[in-house]
Write a protein that binds this ligand. Structure first.
Ligand code: F6P
Length: 323
């Protein structure tokens, strides 16, 4: 019998629970024992893990967040912290570890695998900035939450003929803003990957009114040079000349806390099962992700050393469709 452990790390993402459930139940199906590590890598250092049976993961597939807790763990970034984590895994005769998380979490997974421990990563972050998976767990739900907010803001914006700005998360990546902007019918989008000129944004908004629109909406990424704060300040400073005000809404962590939709539940379930299967096959030091609708595995060293490209042709499409 094999004993494996699973943890969730970094920013939580809707669907993490579905992935935990899949790891536990496919592990049990193989006749293994599965342990849940509490609070990400911090729990490995604190030796905080509990055995999970099928009933322990009942009723969680529909819940956002992570039943195991998550953390951003500074101690694990040190060699000493990683060695302590490894010694705790070995102490409990754990033979394989599944790490559910994004870039920072998979860097941690790579570090453990370099110490010779079998690890498989599962691609999970709302930012969709992880190499090795075209879409990661949580992205679809986060986008739908952003869209609900955008749709509502457009209603009130139209009533008052106002200009609104919505800032979405994504860290240094513009994916959430780009896709929320396109699918929300924004008049303009600002993302880190493309240089933004606030005067051009103002012109886009003005042209929207001139074309007869009742409102104007900009979706900005938190990582864009002109994010909510910078753009609001700019518009305030030049309000007389620009001729209109901009009201800003920062969605922030609201995007992370939703209940996972069908897409994320299925993706997380497939990736959870795949991760356990990879451990069984001895294919470790890899990340499981989704590419061209197929579950794939990518070596963790490639994952952590590669930057996922953003399809910036969508930006041009957004500009055309904003007409
Ligand atoms: O990586 C996910 C994410 O939600 C980013 O979009 C955001 O920049 C960051 O985490 C926020 O981190 P924290 O929850 O630690 O404030």
């Amino acid at each position: 019998m094999k004993r494996i452990a699973v943890l969730t790390s970094g920013g939580d993402a809707p669907g993490m629970n579905a992935a935990i459930r899949a790891v536990v139940r496919t592990g049990l199906d193989m006749g293994w024992q599965v342990f849940g590590v509490q609070n990400g890598y911090a729990g490995l250092g604190d030796d905080n893990m509990v055995e999970l049976n099928a009933r322990d993961v009942a009723g969680i597939i529909q819940r956002g967040g992570t039943m195991l807790g998550s953390a951003r763990c500074a101690a694990f970034r040190t060699e000493e912290g990683r060695k302590l984590a490894l010694s705790n895994l070995i102490k409990h005769d754990i033979e394989g570890l599944v790490v559910i998380g994004g870039n920072g979490s998979q860097t941690g997974a790579y570090e453990i695998s370099k110490l010779g421990f079998p690890v498989v990563g599962i691609a999970s972050t709302i930012d969709n900035d992880l190499f090795g998976s075209e879409i990661t767990i949580g992205v679809d739900t986060a986008l739908n939450i952003a869209l609900e907010a955008i749709d509502r803001l457009k209603v009130t914006a139209s009533s008052h003929h106002r200009a609104f700005l919505v800032e979405v998360m994504g860290r240094d990546c513009g994916y959430l803003a780009l896709v929320a902007g396109i699918t929300g019918g924004a008049e303009a989008i600002a993302i880190p990957e493309i240089e933004t000129n606030p005067e051009e944004l103002a012109a886009e908004l003005r042209h929207a009114y001139e074309r007869g629109k009742a409102h104007a909406l900009i979706v900005v990424a938190e990582g864009a040079r002109y994010n909510a704060e910078a753009l609001t300040n700019y518009f305030k400073a030049h309000s007389e000349r620009l001729g209109f005000e901009l009201r800003a809404t920062q969605l922030g962590h609201v995007q992370r806390g939703g209940a996972p939709g069908a897409f994320d539940r299925l993706l997380a379930t497939r990736l959870g099962a795949a991760a356990t299967q990879q451990l069984a096959l001895g294919n470790t030091g890899v990340l499981v992700g989704l590419q061209k609708s197929v579950i794939t595995k990518t070596p963790l060293d490639v994952v952590v050393s590669s930057k996922k490209p953003l399809d910036t042709s969508l930006f041009e499409l957004a500009r055309i469709l904003a007409k």
